[in-house]
Design a protein around this ligand. Structure first.
Ligand code: MF3
Ligand code: CO
Length: 251
């Protein structure tokens, strides 16, 4: 069953989303060689709690941290750790805020120190792919329209689109129907309706799309060892078009 939210519920999720966005902007300032992803995790948890929110990922299906921190060839669900980030790393920080029961989920990839231009390009393309997907998140479209638009755009660059993880409906729990793949066929899949709140979160690999699971049962990484980056927003589908609840610009 796909949950649809009232305008009031969407506003509460937007409040959670504004908090998530402000934390991502703070993380961007903290990221530099030498900081650890465990320190970032503590920062995020403290910031959430100081603002009356909870880290929704902590305890979710046994996950132990407030954030996921996925470095270099890690695609998603990397564990925060005590090894410092190094110059040239890329790290995706992903977390979900629970503000009075309203959830918002966003991931952002950060460059650590100096990285090659080809890595910046991978990030720029992935971020643009997210926004291209968001433009399809309108009442009356189908889920496949989102994936098809992302796939057509990303394929021009020869990157791999991760197939084993997808965006999702969100609220009242983190993962709700529908599944939102980042590839697909336009006109196919479930119909998008006003009131649905979803995430779009393309994970794009410099090389092949294939992923493998670490022994920890959580962390996915690229099979070929290539870099993987990700940008994710929580989006409400409304009669006025898509509203990005976790937008970092313009407020
Ligand atoms: N934020 C993640 C997502 O985008 C959810 C991670 S669930 C966790 O789907 F348990 F790994 F935290
Ligand atoms: Co997320």
């Amino acid at each position: 069953m796909i949950q649809r939210k009232s305008a009031r519920e969407i506003e509460l999720m937007h409040e959670a989303g504004r908090l998530v966005a402000s934390i991502h902007k703070e993380i961007a300032k903290l990221i530099k060689p030498g900081i650890t992803t465990l320190e970032i995790d503590t920062f995020v948890e403290d910031y959430l709690r100081n603002n009356g929110a909870k880290p929704a990922q902590k305890g979710y299906q046994g996950y132990q941290y407030a954030t996921c921190a996925s470095i270099n060839d890690e695609i998603c669900h990397g564990f925060p750790r005590k090894e410092p980030l190094k110059n040239g790393d890329v790290v995706t920080v992903d977390f979900v805020a629970d503000l009075n029961g309203a959830l918002a989920d966003s991931a952002w990839t950060h460059l650590v120190g100096d990285v090659p231009d080809e890595v910046k390009k991978l990030c720029d393309v992935t971020k643009e792919a997210l926004y291209i997907g968001i433009r399809q998140a309108v009442d009356g479209n189908r889920v496949g329209d989102i994936g098809a638009a992302i796939e057509a755009f990303v394929n021009q660059y020869g990157y791999g689109i991760v197939r084993d993880f997808a965006g999702h409906g969100i609220g009242p729990t983190i993962h709700e129907e529908p599944n939102i793949p980042h590839f697909g066929s336009s006109g196919k899949g479930k119909r998008l309706k006003e009131g649905m709140v979803i995430t779009i979160e393309p994970m794009i690999n410099m090389g092949l799309w294939a992923s493998q699971m670490d022994n920890n049962g959580w962390t996915a990484r690229t099979v070929d060892g290539s870099l993987s980056v990700q940008y994710e927003h929580t989006i409400a589908i409304t009669n006025d078009g898509p509203i990005i609840l976790t937008e970092q610009e313009g407020f």
